[in-house]
Design a protein around this ligand. Structure first.
Ligand code: G3H
Ligand code: 13P
Ligand code: ZN
Length: 335
């Protein structure tokens, strides 16, 4: 059993309270590779932002759970090396699907876990979430739960249709589970194809898809029911068109990829939404840079040559999200 406190990590409690009060959101970036970890830390340090580094079950399968845990510990030391005296880095389990997985992460030094019982019947979601909360709180680990179902398909997260969170359930759910934050469904979804073309309109000038707006009315109703309670948005990549265009220009095929417009995420950040999850945009930034580099340098084969521009491109994207979308720059609690 290792406490995250020994690793220099922090839980989400204080940073969420400050974010809700201050009208900004903490970025939650997924990582699977060293380059993603380095880019996240560089971006957080340069912008003086708190950051959540999150690991999915798929990431654990890809990279090995122990390696990722040591990478997070390394991230804290790396942030200090880059000049941040008191890094505020959370190591978070993304979409934990069982008590055992959450316990394993808590026992190995995670400071925050998500138990995603959103696909279960309501009472089963409550029972599972409560069990995780009881274990996590013994070690001062914070717990994110989910109510409502997001559409979208990724390795470990799949649902054909979305069901908005029912505002009338949130007080009962939060009270009975004791969770520290709540992921809700208001129209975001996972992956780079968040909406089917038939759900969108088309911009007549560019021919690009314009997605339907998020259900801000549902968000505001939830905020009224749970004043000041930390709300989380999953599936919040914006799928930058320039990255999609670069990928397609250099041999990729991502027709009609579409994400959540950044203005809507900016608006959400000002509300009780205090954690915004971004994974697909990092995948797109990395893939666009690698495709471009390899197409322009066909004789190069040293991975460092193409992973460096990939890392730089991800860092640029992370900084943009922090500064221009979520507003978490200069928000470290301890200067
Ligand atoms: O919400 C899901 C995250 O993007 C993680 O995706 O399960 O493919 O690692 P993954
Ligand atoms: P995106 O696929 O929109 O990046 O969402 C990531 C996410 O919600 C991770 O939990
Ligand atoms: Zn998610």
């Amino acid at each position: 059993m290792v406490s995250y406190k020994e690793l220099g990590l922090v839980n989400t409690r204080a940073m969420f309270a400050a974010a809700v009060k201050g009208g900004y959101a903490i970025p939650a970036f997924n990582f699977n590779t060293m380059e993603q970890m380095q880019a996240i830390v560089q971006a957080a340090v340069e912008t003086k932002s708190p950051v959540i580094m999150q690991v999915s079950k798929g990431a654990r399968n890809y990279a090995n759970a122990t390696i990722l845990r040591y990478m997070a510990q390394g991230a804290v030391e790396y942030a200090k090396e880059l000049g941040c005296a008191h890094p505020e880095i959370v190591l978070h389990l993304d979409h934990g699907d069982s008590f055992e997985l959450c316990k394993d992460c808590i026992d190995m030094g995670f400071s925050s876990v998500m138990i995603d019982g959103s696909a279960l019947p309501y009472e089963e979601n409550i029972a599972l979430t409560k069990k995780v909360v009881e274990y996590a709180h013994k070690y001062d680990v914070t717990v994110e739960a989910e109510l409502g179902v997001l559409a979208g398909v990724e390795d470990e997260v799949a649902s054909e249709v979305s069901h908005y969170t029912k505002p009338e359930e949130v007080i009962d759910f939060a009270t009975r589970t004791g969770c520290d934050s709540l992921a809700i469904s208001i129209g975001t979804s996972h992956g780079a194809y968040k909406f089917k073309p038939e759900q969108c309109t088309r911009d007549p000038k560019t021919g690009r898809l314009v997605p339907p707006p998020l259900a801000f009315d549902v968000l505001h109703e939830i905020e009224k029911k749970l004043p000041g309670f930390p709300i989380v948005l999953h599936g919040s990549s914006s799928v930058p068109q320039e990255e999609v265009d670069t990928i397609n220009a250099y041999g990729g095929k991502l027709p009609d990829a579409v994400g959540i417009p950044e203005e809507q995420l900016r608006e959400a950040s000002k509300s009780a939404v205090c954690k915004i999850n971004i994974d697909s945009d990092s995948r797109l930034a990395m893939t666009a840079a690698v495709r471009k580099y390899l197409a322009e340098n066909p004789s190069h084969f040293d991975p460092r040559q193409y992973l460096k521009p990939a890392r730089d491109n991800m860092k640029k994207m992370y900084i943009h999200k922090i500064v221009d979308v979520l507003g978490s720059d200069n928000k470290l609690l301890q200067k």
